[in-house]
Design a protein around this ligand. Structure first.
Ligand code: NOJ
Ligand code: CA
Length: 691
């Protein structure tokens, strides 16, 4: 990531003695003056803050603080020792992403607090305010009376100004693979979602939600709450107070330690973030989360190339083949892998994922003791890994490695060097990891500090072997892809796989129009789109995809990931003219523009390919059919383009007629307008190639 320009101004630094503290700076606004944050100490010396957007109150007076183990809480009796305001402005470059250049422009307010009590412990609160939202974090500076903190609760409050409409998933400590709920804040009832037949792990102890959680106020403002730079700390859920319309941070815990976080001082917490937007689509264009992370620590990462991929994967979820060999229908054979390589090479797809290639799958799930089951280096006898890799290279197709850790963390940690070294020796640069099942050691949760460190350490270690990670059952994305670009993508939502086997009917048509404004704000998603055989009755009559085929195509543009799967079986693609879109569509972008969108209803995104003049547009709708007017004013003036439109046919419908698609070509310029009809559960995609 090249740094294009940076400037830092220290505007005011004031040092006052206690009796002069009225004069200290405690207010800050965004560079465009629309967002204002005010910090105060209450009469009891509690740190408080509030946030305003134009004339709207966003966060009413809310308190900040911690409960600690075997030490008094850090929450009151503070005095403000010092405060400073500074400004920062840079443009940095993403090695791959939704856009090449990112503006990182903010004003910062730093408040240095000290207890008036005997202990005189110090705590610093830092606010950064951008035009698209804000982040704040706690900093524990080096000090005499505090060398280690054991946090039993972080009590960061977000007192909302009303009973907003909220798109939420439960604050599960173990998994994010829930359907979104749309309710008023006062009606959030996460505990009613606690019994889930589809999940290999789940634990919802409180009426809390996971982040990003997005909401809309009565006055039409959009807010999304999340965190940035989650490093050596626990994931944050937000506990809901349905009476006072408030949320308080509830960190993920551990049955083993009984606390939430243990750190030695000095250290900084992750940023607590609030994205603020008048238009829903601006939430998607916001770069707040990556901006609040540190710059690239890996240097040159050009060994990874964004790519489309196919894989020996959907067939297991359909039951056509299996991961293990004992079943007699092993999917990961040399022959099958070569068929996927041939198909990919023919269709401009750069990689093939092979799941079930390594021994151990006979024992991976349901087994209490999963440690030692997988070694990540021993292939099944019918899979000649060297030959598959060689054949791939000959055809310009890379293999994507698969490490299903089965959440047996000690085994994986021990094996990582050997496993990544094998990949490096084979010239494989991407691994899909999985963490299905309850975490071993028992008592840890997927989203607690122990696992945050597992996921982050894996990424750091993998980088040494030029390996990039696409994690499933991951910790949420918090923008660390800026610091460690090899954390390329992840699951962390109800992915396409649920459509193959979920007992509750799969992902409803509203799922992705919500995901685009919630989960996607955190970072890239490995959703695995592109299923053409929507009903797959040959394998399962009870399950299906709940979108039209045109929407499956639109997802290549709407959902961002630098690894984008063409997930269906080869035989379902062969001969289908819609495959041309998957063949043409880019995976790495110079620019992204959200053309329209309402949370849970619809969204249309246009993206310009990184190294070409081509644009791709994708639009999706929920269960409601609708018409859309698309203006192409984002194209270059004076250029003429050939647009291929893939749209729902007249009578298309996600359930009644999902594969009815109409493909047509037209010439367009930046003066063109197009009216498109989206079916119920439908969508459209357009490839716009410069003539
Ligand atoms: C769960 C992942 O989400 C899925 O993609 C994978 O096939 C299985 N685990 C097996 O690793
Ligand atoms: Ca999963």
């Amino acid at each position: 990531m090249r740094l294009i320009k940076t400037s830092v101004f220290l505007v005011v630094t004031l040092l006052f003695s206690c009796n002069e503290k009225e004069a200290l700076q405690t207010k800050i606004t965004s560079p465009d003056n629309t967002i204002q944050i005010e910090f105060n100490l209450s009469e009891k010396g509690e740190p408080t803050y509030n946030v305003q957007f134009k004339n709207d109150e966003v966060i009413k007076k809310s308190t900040l603080g911690f409960d600690l183990k075997e030490a008094p809480s850090l929450k009151e009796n503070f005095t403000l020792l010092n405060s400073s305001i500074s400004s920062f402005n840079e443009v940095w470059e993403m090695p791959w992403g939704e856009q090449t250049e990112v503006e990182n422009k903010y004003n910062e307010l730093k408040l240095e607090l000290q207890e008036v009590s005997e202990l005189k412990r110090n705590l610093t609160v830092v606010f950064r305010v951008y035009n698209d939202g804000l982040g704040f974090r706690y900093e524990f500076p080096e000090q005499e009376n505090l060398s280690e903190v054991i946090i039993t609760d972080e009590n960061t409050q977000f007192n909302l100004a009303g009973d907003h409409k909220v798109w939420w998933i439960p604050g599960d400590w173990d998994i994010y693979e829930h359907l979104y709920n749309t309710t008023k804040l006062s009606k959030i009832d996460a505990l009613s979602k606690a019994n889930h037949s589809n999940l290999a792990q789940t634990y919802i102890p409180e009426n809390a939600v996971n982040t990003p959680v997005t909401m809309k106020t009565e006055s039409g403002l959009h807010l999304s709450f999340h965190e940035a730079s989650l490093v050596d700390y626990s994931g944050m859920t937000l506990k809901i107070d349905t009476v006072n319309f408030a949320m308080t941070s509830e960190l993920v815990g551990s049955e083993i330690t009984g606390y939430k976080v243990k750190r030695s001082v000095p250290f900084n917490t992750p940023w607590r973030t609030i994205q603020i937007a008048e238009q829903a689509g601006d939430l998607i264009e916001s770069k707040l989360i990556v901006n609040l992370n540190e710059p690239n620590k890996l240097g040159d990462v050009s060994w990874f190339k964004p790519t489309k991929y196919t894989g020996i994967w959907w067939e297991m979820h359909l039951g056509k083949s299996s991961w293990d060999m004992a079943s007699g229908k092993h999917g990961a054979t040399t022959k099958n892998a070569k068929a996927f390589i041939d198909f990919s090479a023919k269709n401009n797809i750069g990689a093939v994922l092979v799941e079930g290639w390594n021994t151990g799958w006979e024992h991976w799930i349901g087994f209490e003791d999963r440690e030692g089951v997988f070694d990540f280096v021993t292939p099944y006898p019918d899979y000649d890994i060297k030959e598959v890799v060689r054949y791939g290279k000959e055809n310009g197709v890379e293999i994507v490695m698969h490490h299903e850790t089965s959440a047996a963390t000690e085994t994986y940690e021990k094996q990582q060097d050997t496993a990544y070294a094998l990949m490096q020796s084979l010239g494989i640069h991407t691994v899909k990891t999985g963490y299905v099942g309850k975490i071993l050691p028992k008592g840890e949760y997927h989203h607690g500090q122990y696992m945050v460190n597992q996921y982050n350490n894996a990424v750091i270690k993998a980088a040494k072997y030029e390996v990039a990670i696409n994690a499933h059952e991951p910790i949420k994305a918090t923008g660390l892809r800026r610091t460690y670009p090899n954390t390329i993508s992840r699951e962390g939502l109800r992915g396409q796989e649920f459509n193959a086997w979920a007992l509750d009917g799969g992902n409803p048509p509203e799922h992705l129009p919500i995901v685009a404004f919630t989960r996607m704000l955190a970072g890239p998603i490995d959703y695995t789109p592109g299923i053409f055989d929507i009903k797959f009755d040959k394998y399962k009559t009870e399950n299906q995809i709940n979108t039209t085929i045109a929407q499956q195509l639109a997802l290549y543009v709407v959902i961002y990931s630098p690894v984008q799967m063409a997930a269906d079986l080869i035989e379902n693609y062969e001969g289908n003219p819609a495959l041309q879109f998957i063949k043409d569509v880019g995976v790495d972008w110079q620019k992204t523009k959200v053309l329209n969108g309402e949370i849970g209803d619809f969204v249309t995104i246009a993206r310009k390919e990184k190294n070409s003049e081509n644009w791709f547009v994708g639009g999706i709708t929920n269960e409601n059919e609708r018409e859309m007017d698309i203006a192409f004013d984002f194209l270059n003036t004076n250029d003429v383009y050939e647009a291929t439109i893939y749209e729902d046919a007249e009578n298309a419908h996600w359930n009644d007629n999902p594969t009815a698609i109409n493909i047509r070509k037209i010439e367009i310029t930046n003066q063109s307008n197009l009216k498109l009809k989206l079916a119920s559960g439908g969508g459209f995609s357009i490839s716009i190639l410069k003539k």
